[in-house]
Design a protein around this ligand. Structure first.
Ligand SMILES: NC(=O)c1ccc[n+]([C@@H]2O[C@H](COP(=O)([O-])OP(=O)(O)OC[C@H]3O[C@@H](n4cnc5c(N)ncnc54)[C@H](O)[C@@H]3O)[C@@H](O)[C@H]2O)c1
Ligand SMILES: [Zn+2]
Length: 380
């Protein structure tokens, strides 16, 4: 029998635009956005972690109650260790047990673990329901709230299983930053200075003025209305500009990986004892030093970055305890692997990225050259 073939013609054009609201005390704004358009008639599930529940759930539930809407609260244990398929399944079972169905609106309240995991729940629950992110950490505001990437971790790798699912709205409540520890604030500032470095020299200059010249502490930073708002806004705008031009990470979105090739490998080589933001700061500084040796950026660019990272309290050198072999292995190039290349995003200067042949935002660098460079850096 001869096989037949025919086409299901399906060209999708969807408008997935959404607003980002930045300010203080945004619980009432949350009620407002959850009441827009077809979201208004939906049953609301507020899904959060055990720490954030204490901080925000009662206020949010009360604010919705005042508007005549009930909210079911579902909590899971806080921490990256719980960003798993098992937690996702437990949340789904809870939603089903409480009678939530296709008419659900999910509110993900928390840091990046919550928005990633709960966004993924929203992506697959009854084949997809809308969700709103109410973002409570600086790191998530800086990096996890734009882009639509949702995921859970597996023992093999972080964020291995997930989906692209855009939120219907993102609310960045700067009041939530007031309960973050200094270490959590520094973590978010690591991604923030990366964004300044890759796209906005003016914003970088504002941060230099605050931290290098005025010596602002993390605690003072979160109380500074203007600076906190600018930080949330510029981080999201910069990420938006890269993401909207390349939703599925074909090329330009790779630019956001500045500092992450070494940064992520360092994080793994250190057994996740250093925070992501700290590793990104080291990765960005080392990328600049390597780029300087290639003639891409200047020595003064490197010095400015290191001065800003240092003033914030972020590291910018390899820790003495890490082995270059472990970093190379984490980049997929162990000792036995001969040859090979590693793709890097480089800076042209503060606020500007290198664009290579054919418009590529990343270029391959010989793995042996990277090993030598890292060995020199760890000796210095
Ligand atoms: N989707 C993306 O594009 C993207 C980008 C960057 C990072 N991420 C993900 O984000 C996660 C890291 O983000 P994170 O640091 O926000 O993680 P997180 O959500 O685990 O938050 C860190 C800790 O802070 C607590 N917390 C949250 N808000 C708080 C508040 N206002 N005050 C006090 N404590 C608070 C949390 O309960 C948790 O214990 C990682 O899983 C990472 O993969 C995703
Ligand atoms: Zn990052």
């Amino acid at each position: 029998m001869k096989a037949t073939e025919f086409t299901v013609e399906l060209v999708r054009q969807v408008d997935e635009s959404y607003p980002i609201v930045v300010g203080r005390g945004l619980e009432s704004n949350l009620v407002d956005v959850a009441g827009r358009g077809e979201l208004a008639g939906r049953r609301i599930a507020l899904i959060t972690d055990s720490n954030v529940r204490e901080l925000v759930a009662d206020r949010i539930v009360a604010e919705f109650a005042a508007a005549g809407r009930t909210v079911g609260v579902i909590e899971f244990p806080a921490g990256e260790i719980n960003k798993t398929r098992a937690t996702k399944e437990a949340i789904e079972d809870e939603l089903i047990a409480r009678g939530f169905g296709r008419d659900t609106l999910i509110i993900a309240a928390g840091g990046g673990v919550v928005t990633d995991l709960v966004g993924f729940v929203a992506a697959t629950f009854t084949r997809g329901v809308p969700y709103i992110s109410y973002v409570t950490t600086l790191l998530a505001a800086a990096d996890a709230s734009v882009g639509g990437k949702t995921a859970v971790d597996t023992p093999a790798a972080t964020n291995l299983i997930g989906a692209f699912h855009q939120p219907r709205a993102v609310l960045i409540d700067l009041d939530r930053w007031l309960t973050l520890s200094d270490a959590q604030i520094r973590d978010g500032l690591g991604e923030t200075i990366k964004h300044g470095c890759l796209a906005d020299s003016e914003f970088f200059g504002v941060l230099e003025d605050a931290f290098v010249r005025r010596g602002l502490s993390p605690a003072k930073f979160v109380n500074d209305d203007g600076l906190a708002q600018l930080t949330a806004q510029r981080n999201c705008e910069i990420k938006r500009d890269f993401v909207t031009s390349d939703v599925f990470e074909g090329n330009r979105r790779m630019g956001l990986n500045l500092g992450h090739t070494i940064g992520r490998a360092l994080e793994a080589a250190m057994g996740y004892t250093m925070s992501h933001g700290e590793c990104v700061a080291v990765g960005t500084a080392l990328q600049m030093r390597l780029g300087w040796s290639f003639g891409y950026c200047s020595e003064s660019d490197v010095e400015r970055f290191e001065a800003l990272a240092g003033a914030i309290g972020l590291p910018f050198r390899l820790p003495a305890s890490v082995s270059v072999d472990a970093i190379m292995a984490a980049m997929g190039h162990d000792k036995k692997g001969v040859g090979g290349v590693i793709r890097f995003v480089f800076q042209k200067g503060i606020g500007d990225l290198m664009v290579f042949e054919d418009g590529a935002y990343a270029r391959p660098v010989d793995a042996e050259l990277i090993r030598q460079f890292l060995e020199e850096q760890s000796a210095s």
